[in-house]
Design a protein around this ligand. Structure first.
Ligand SMILES: [Zn+2]
Length: 151
């Protein structure tokens, strides 16, 4: 499904950039997370895993770990400065955002019901000043699944 077909014209460069950002594969944030996983010593991830709800960007199907790299703007990172609402066509955007948030919650619930561990990484958590903290969170959230394999 195209996300831009019925969109009002982009009202600013920031919105246009965000709209384009929503469509890209192998986005920079995703690449950063992949690099992080390699550095942490958790290889063997699969990309865009289509056999699971919401096609996780990065998944370890055998260990049932799904990592979603979330754009703050589209997925409405709560309290985040990047989750702004465009001033024009506000109704349109709010409806669209509400659908995204609802869908994210459904995907998460469905994954957890199927026994997956869901890890969400927000784009802003990959900025220079927060990336070390994010790497540690990622490690602590998933390392047990790797350690168990070697018990
Ligand atoms: Zn954010």
């Amino acid at each position: 499904m195209s996300t831009t077909r019925n969109s009002p014209p982009a009202s600013s460069d920031a919105v246009r950039k965000s709209m384009q950002g929503n469509k890209r594969r192998d986005t920079k944030p995703e690449m950063v997370v992949r690099k992080m996983l390699r550095e942490l010593g958790f290889p063997g991830y699969r990309l865009d895993w289509k056999k699971a709800h919401g096609h996780p960007d990065i998944a370890y199907p055998g260990r049932k770990i799904a990592i979603y790299v979330m754009g703050c703007f589209w997925h409405r990172h709560e309290g985040c400065k990047y989750a702004s609402t465009p001033k024009t066509h506000a109704d349109y955007w709010e409806a669209k955002f509400a659908r995204n948030v609802e869908r994210d919650a459904e995907v998460r619930a469905a994954m957890e019901a199927d026994g997956w561990q869901v890890v969400e990484i927000w784009e802003c958590e990959l900025k220079k000043d927060r990336i070390d903290e994010t790497r540690e969170r990622l490690r602590s959230e998933i390392e047990y699944a790797f350690i168990e394999m070697y018990k």
